[in-house]
Write a protein that binds this ligand. Sequence first.
Ligand code: BES
Ligand code: MG
Ligand code: ZN
Length: 499
Amino acid sequence: MPLETETISSKLEEIKDKCLVIAFFEDKLKLNNEINKLDNSINNVINNSIKNKDFKAEKNEIKSFYINNKNLKYLTLLGLEKEKDFNLNKLMEIVSNLSRKLRSSDINSFTIDLNSFKNKKFNNEIYLEKITQAIILSLYQFNKFKTKDLDKIKTIKKVSIIIDNKNLKNSEKIVNEAIIYSEAVNKTRDLVNTPPNIATPEYVANDAIETAKRNNLKCTILDEKQIEKLGMGCMMAVARGSSNKPRIFILEYKGNGNEKPIVLVGKGITFDTGGLNIKPSSYLTTMKDDKAGACGIINILEACSKLKLKLNIVGIGALAENMISSSSYRPDDVLKSYSGLTVEVTNTDAEGRLVVADAISYSLKYKPKAIIDVATLTGASIVALGYFASPVVGNNQKLIDKIKIASEKSLEKIWQFPLWEEYNDLIKSDIADIKHLNEGIDAGVMVGGIFLKNFVDDIPWAHIDIGNTVWAKQEKSYTVKGATGFSVLLLLNLLKDWK
Ligand code: BES
Ligand code: MG
Ligand code: ZN
C-alpha cells in the first residue's frame, strides 16, 4: 500500500496522531507561543529537556517522549544544527533519518510541523516539496521477492505535514507534484532492483507498454526482427549472445501539438557480463543495474504525463542483454551502425555506447530539439567523481547549463567534463570509420562521450553517465541500499522548467 501524504493546518495542541515531530535549530532553542501551549499540555517535556540539555538540537538528533495522552502517543524533537549551516541537502538527510528511525520504532503514522523548519534561507514551498520527497524516497523498500515473515516488515502508512492555513491550496499542488516525482523514482528503483532472470528486455518493454496504457502515451516496441531489419548493427551485435532477445521501446508524450520533441535515450542492458571480455566476479554482481537509464525514462514519461507538461517528449530505451555464447560479438568485429558509420569493436564490455549509439541515430527521425541520453556507461565515472555526482558531457553549452540548473534544484549532482575534438584521435580505427574505445584506460568518461557524439548530427545533445550514481552500497540520506533512481529527479526538474 503506498504511503499517504497530506497537508493539514491545525493548531499543534489539537494534533491527534501516533507521533508529532517538531524541529529546532541548535542556535534558536526557543519555544514560540504555539509550541509553548502544546508544551503546557504535556508536562513541559520540551522546556525541561532543553533546560536539562537533554535535547540540544544537534544535527540528526532525534529525541522521542512517551506522552500517551488523548491526542498523542509520542512527541519527537528533531535537531537541525545551526541555522547558518542549514541547507536543503541537510534537510533531506535529517528528514530521511527521522522517517526511517520512526518506522523502525514501530510508529506507523506521524505528523511533522513544517513551520518549525522555517528560516531565512528558503521559502516554505521548497521545504514542503523536499520534505515530502525525503519521506517517500527514504522509506522505500523492495520486498517483492520475500516470502517469509512478511508480517514483521514495518511500514509507515500516513504522514501529515502541518502548514500555514493561508497557503493551503498551493500546498496541495506542491505535495501532489512531489509525490509524482518520488513515485517515479521509487518505480525506477523497483524495476532496476528486479533481478535479471526476470527483468529481461521483453519484461522491461512490457513495463513500458503497461505504463503507456495507464497514461495515454503512445508506445512502439521494436523486436529483434525489426531491429535487425532496420540495420541496427551495433544494437544487434550486443544482443546476439543472449537468448533473451532485444527490444527497443519508444514512448511518446504529446503535450504541445506539433512542436519538435525533446528526446530521452536510455541504456537498458538487463545484465552486463562484459561479453567475451568477461568481467571479474566482483564486478559481475549488481550488473542488473545496467538497465537503469532505460528504466528511469519509462517513469519520467509517466510523470510528464501526470504533470501535464506543455512539451513533446520521446523516450527511447535500448534493451538487450550482454551475454556469452557462440553467437556473441567479439573484439575485432566490425559493425555497421544504424547511422551507416562502421565501428571496430575493441572490448565487448563497452557495450553500452553501442546500443545507445543506434538508439540515438534512430531518434533523429523525430527531428528533436534536444537529445539527452542517460547511461550506466563507465566505471571511469566512479574514478573521476566518486559516488556523489555524475559526469555530463555534450555538444551544446546552453543545454548543459539547463541541466546544471536542474541539478541544483533536484539536488542530484552533476559535473561537466570537456569533449574536446582531440578525444576523437583516441578512437581512430585502422580498418573501420571509428573504434568504440581507446587502448588505455585514460579519459574513460570522455571517450564514451566522444564516441556517442559521432551519432547525434548537430542536434543539441547531452550525455549523463550514471555508472557511479546508479547503485548505493549503503543507505545515505534519501537513498537506500540498491538502485537509487538517480537522474529521474534531475530530468523531471529539467523538463518541468524547460524554456
Ligand atoms: N555497465 C558498465 C559500466 C558500469 C560499471 C556501470 C560499474 C556501473 C558500475 C559498462 O558497460 C562497462 O562495462 N564499462 C567498462 C568500459 C571499459 C570496458 C572501457 C568499464 O567501465 O569498465
Ligand atoms: Mg559493459
Ligand atoms: Zn554496461
